[in-house]
Design a binder for this molecule. Structure first.
Ligand SMILES: [Zn+2]
Ligand SMILES: [Zn+2]
Length: 358
């Protein structure tokens, strides 16, 4: 993730001395170190704190970071929460905070990473009515996705396709954090964090395209006509190749995945559970009757049956289409399968105890 507020992560002020920064890192990292803290979030937090320390403890890296912050009018940490894109990339808009200096006064936020990655799929839900589900049809949808930048044609740079070594990690793709500072003394080795400037690739774009800021793709509205075949039911997934997000730096696009919703065919989770309960009771009833041990199995028949009926009753009395009933049937079958194994085990157990009692 880019545009992080490293000062906030460490809990220090922007004027903090290197001594204060080291202190803050020690305090946080000791608590979060994977050897000490087994909490799931702790490891991610440890990496974040280490990244912040790796940048702020190095005078050169820190001054470049500070320079970016004073230029960025939105400030660090401008979020994009709730974005529909799982690989949402700040690089397309702001660029990495580093590298604000030394570009001859060009209006540039930073040096973007050269980070070629295939684009992610875009998932969209499309609600259709019963008639369209049955007979099929066409539906136009509009959605937002990353498309190849038309200025650099996905390369990320316009004048030249030049890629250069990352100035922050010198091409290694990672920064070392000395762990000696954590526990005091030598011999603790170094902890490596992914370089935030090049995102681990070790390379940055030397001549970033002003339109996409080096990523090779931009966010744009897209229109697409979805062909819905006859007998398309709730939950069907329609795939449209290459209509997902474009990859970065010329990599291939993901696909568009359209998930069909047919409200008339949907069974709510509690009704579904109710049908499964009814199904669960059936094997006990049948096996119990067949082996003439129904009395002993009655509890497994009556309880799920009562529960199932109370959950499904209100839904059953309404009018439903055939596919709804097919879903209901599938839930009953699922419950019956579970019930069968338990009923068979119970019957076996009873025949064993009866046999030894004689
Ligand atoms: Zn471009
Ligand atoms: Zn780097």
């Amino acid at each position: 993730m880019k545009d992080k507020d490293y000062y906030e992560i460490l809990g220090v002020s922007q004027t903090a001395t290197s001594e204060e920064i080291r202190h803050a890192f020690q305090k946080k990292a000791r608590r979060l170190h994977p050897d000490v803290n087994k909490d799931e979030d702790a490891e991610a937090e440890f990496k974040e704190v280490s990244e912040a320390y790796a940048v702020l403890s190095d005078q050169e890296k820190r001054s470049r970071y500070d320079a970016m912050r004073s230029r960025n009018p939105f400030g660090a940490g401008a979020g994009a929460s709730g974005s529909p894109f799982d690989d949402f990339d700040f690089g397309s808009f702001g660029g990495f905070p580093f590298g604000g200096f030394g570009f001859g006064g060009k209006q540039k936020m930073g040096v973007p990473a050269y980070n070629p990655k295939p684009g992610a799929d875009v998932v969209i839900h499309l609600t259709i009515d019963e008639k369209t589900a049955k007979e099929g049809g066409k539906k136009a949808i509009t959605y937002e996705r990353f498309v190849e930048c038309n200025l650099c044609h996905g390369k990320g740079s316009v004048q030249s396709a030049e890629i250069k070594e990352c100035p922050t990690c010198h091409g290694t793709g990672h920064i070392d954090v000395d762990l000696g500072v954590l526990f005091g003394g030598e011999g603790f080795g170094a902890f490596q964090v992914q370089c935030p400037e090049c995102e681990g690739s070790g390379k940055v774009i030397a001549d970033p395209c002003p339109n996409c800021n080096g990523s090779g793709r931009i966010l744009a509205g897209t229109e697409e006509v979805i062909e819905i075949g006859p007998r398309t039911h709730d939950g069907t997934e329609i795939l449209v190749p290459y209509m997902g997000n474009a990859g970065t730096n010329g990599q291939k696009s993901g696909q568009l995945r359209v998930i069909i919703d047919v409200p008339a065919e949907k069974i709510s989770p509690d009704v579904k559970f109710g049908f499964a309960c009814i199904g669960f009771a059936v094997p006990f009833l049948l096996i119990g009757a067949f082996l003439q041990v129904l009395g002993a199995m009655l509890l497994f028949v009556i309880l799920p049956l009562l529960m199932g009926i109370s959950l499904t009753f209100r839904a059953i009395v309404k009018k439903h289409n055939a596919y709804w009933w097919r879903n209901a049937g599938a839930s009953i079958l699922e419950g019956a399968t579970n019930g069968f194994f338990l009923a068979a085990a119970l019957a076996l157990l009873m025949s064993c105890t009866q046999g030894s009692g004689r």
